[in-house]
Design a protein around this ligand. Structure first.
Ligand code: C2E
Ligand code: MG
Ligand code: MG
Length: 601
């Protein structure tokens, strides 16, 4: 965690620097004071000595007048010596220890003595300074001790913070369960520790219809339900099993057990526990379905095990609420397709079999075309069209997304020059967004094409934001700083914590087609759309609704207040040339573009 280390280093070096500055300061101060005191005491000793000498000479003169003999060498000696204290003239000195010098009268007899005490100015100065020095040294030691203690405490606090930060990176904030990455780590561990007579089961439990639940309970209610589901999972887990939250409405359960244990019954018990009523201010029911795969029976590696559990989950979703489906090789038909795509895609990319189609985006009021969304198309020579939703995940797995993403972005910007009044929306796959190289790619593609950045709209999906919000906030800020706009695609297709939306500098919400389908079919379909449009508006985002197919939907959506629409009603995705014709036609008729049949027919 480089940031924490930097903070620690900074705080330690700051303390040491403060300490050093204080030590140097205190030493300089005491030296200065010492020097000053010594100088002053020297000066005062000198002046005392001179006064005493004058007094002693006066005393001698008062007794003997000018007739007394004062040896000038002696007077000079006294004047040049230092530290002669209490210098006086005494006729009969009695203190043995005093220094003395006899003085003769006019007859040459000893008339008395100049006496004095020999002092040691340096020692005296030291004596006087000692308490001050002791005080300063004491203070320094005290301060050093305090700083050391502070340093230790800060270091301890930092290590605790580091630990918490590391834990937070592993834990889903809402439920406290291990997150996706941690769940996979735990699975690795369980696979490595599996005993020979044990079977490791990896199950994925998915909740049904969370978007309806959120529509009924609100965002906070949805969050509470997820927490309640997480608690049910914890309670229903067999001993030594682990669970984690691996998606907005997906949980994983991993356990190793003896051959004899009926894993399907265990998973079913968990699905049933989740399906029992929850209390979120009122009774709430949510059903779930699950798929699972086992090691070593179905797979020996983590990648294969999770992929096969995912396939089983898809099969269980088809069977409906409450279904629990173990992996069966018969449902792994995708792998044959996958193998085909894996083989063919690199060739298709270099052979130019991939191209872009564009789907117009119209304004809700007036129906004018305001932008186009670039959608990747692959028409295989023998197999015919293969949908992007099928081959893009394979491209991601194969590490081809770099070249595929760069192809789409550069081609879309090149073709966007044909329509200077429109913006062009380009989809980014989760893998592309996770890689910080995307910022450089967008920058260079914009520069090469000469298209102004505000005409580029990058579409990202919700999942990518939830997995690693901290990094994604930074990534999206970096992209935004290039001047491009960001749309959140397929909004509402998975359940997610809406609180995070505010953290990202987004420009547009693209409401998922699934919300349009319920429009008109259910009484509250319109209410849900209205609520989402209002939410988008409240967050300052423009709101686009995808998948508009009927006139009735268009009218309802316009009433709900959405800004833009996209769907087969207006136009299907089509090659750039067809879009040219559409725009030409729209210009001529100066009204809303004709329905798709007219364009593509
Ligand atoms: P998306 O970005 O949500 O694109 C909209 C999808 O809905 C497109 O499917 C489009 O053809 C389809 N659509 C549009 N209007 C209607 C309608 O009225 N009714 C119905 N039923 N469908 C409609 P498509 O082209 O098959 O693309 C599927 C997904 O594949 C896209 O969803 C996008 O996530 C992904 N994708 C497509 N092109 C690219 C690309 O260049 N890069 C990346 N990373 N992903 C892409
Ligand atoms: Mg899109
Ligand atoms: Mg979409």
């Amino acid at each position: 965690m480089p940031r924490v280390q930097a903070v620690r280093t900074f705080s330690a070096s700051r303390t040491i620097a403060i300490l050093a500055v204080l030590a140097v300061g205190a030493t300089a101060l005491s030296a200065g004071i010492g020097y000053d005191v010594a100088r002053r005491s020297d000066e005062s000793l000198w002046s005392d000595q001179r006064t005493s000498l004058r007094n002693a000479v006066a005393e001698f003169r008062s007794l003997f007048g000018q007739s007394g003999q004062l040896d000038p060498r002696f007077i000079r000696m006294i004047e040049q010596s230092t530290g002669l204290q209490n210098l006086k003239f005494e006729s009969e000195p009695d203190a043995d220890q005093r220094e003395m010098q006899p003085v003769l009268d006019s007859l040459g007899r000893i008339a008395g003595f100049f006496t004095w005490e020999k002092t040691h100015p340096a020692t005296d100065t030291m004596d006087r300074l000692m308490p001050l020095i002791i005080g300063i040294v004491g203070l320094l030691i005290g301060f050093a001790g305090y700083s050391w203690w502070q340093l230790r405490r800060t270091r301890h606090e930092l290590s605790v913070t580091e630990e918490l930060a590391a834990q937070a990176g592993d834990v889903d904030k809402l439920t406290g369960l291990p997150n996706h990455a941690k769940t996979l780590e735990l699975l690795d561990l369980m696979l490595a520790e599996r005993a020979d007579n044990e079977i490791t089961t990896f199950a994925i439990v998915e909740l049904d219809g969370m978007s309806d639940v959120v529509a009924d309970l609100g965002v906070l209610g949805g969050d509470e339900l997820i927490v309640s589901v997480a608690n049910r999972l914890r309670e229903a887990l067999p001993p030594h099993a682990r669970c984690g939250r691996i998606g907005s409405d997906e949980f994983a359960v991993t356990f190793s057990a003896d051959n004899g244990v009926n894993a399907e019954a265990v998973v079913r018990g968990i699905v049933e526990a989740v399906g029992r009523p929850h209390w979120i201010e009122t009774v709430v029911r949510v059903s779930a379905h699950a798929g699972f795969a086992q090691s070593p029976g179905h797979a020996t590696t983590r990648g294969e095990l999770t992929r096969r559990a995912e396939l089983a989950l898809r099969a269980s979703a088809k069977r409906g609420p409450g279904a629990v489906v173990p992996f069966d090789p018969a449902i792994d038909t995708v792998s044959a397709d996958q193998k085909f795509i894996q083989r063919e895609l690199p060739r298709a990319l270099s052979a130019g079999e991939l191209e872009l189609h564009y789907q117009p985006i119209v304004s809700a009021q007036g129906g004018r075309v305001v932008g186009v969304e670039a959608l990747l198309r692959w028409t295989h020579a023998t197999r015919g069209p293969i949908g992007p939703a099928v081959f893009i995940p394979v491209a991601e797995q194969m590490g081809l997304m770099d070249s595929l993403g760069a192809f789409v972005l550069r081609r879309a910007l090149k073709e966007a020059k044909r329509w200077p009044d429109l913006y062009v929306a380009v989809n980014l796959s989760p893998l592309q967004v996770r890689d910080h190289a995307i910022v450089d790619l967008v920058r260079s593609a914009l520069a090469d094409s000469g298209v102004p950045p505000e005409r580029l709209m990058l579409e990202i999906t919700e999942g990518v934001l939830i997995d690693n919000p901290e990094e994604m906030v930074k990534r999206i800020q970096d992209l935004h700083a290039l001047g491009v706009r960001i749309a959140l695609d397929d909004f509402g297709s998975g359940y997610s914590n809406l609180g995070y939306l505010q953290r990202f500098p987004l420009d547009k919400l693209k409401i998922d087609r699934s919300f349009v389908i319920v429009l008109g079919n259910s009484a509250n379909g319109g209410v849900i759309i209205q609520a989402i449009v209002a939410l988008g508006r409240a967050l300052g985002l423009s709101v686009l609704v995808e998948g508009v197919e009927t006139e009735q939907q268009r009218v309802l959506l316009r009433l709900a207040g959405c800004d833009e629409m996209q769907g087969f009603l207006f136009a299907k995705p089509a090659p750039a040339k067809t879009i040219d014709r559409l725009l030409e036609q729209a210009k001529r008729s100066a009204r809303a573009p004709a329905p798709a049949e007219a364009l593509t027919g």
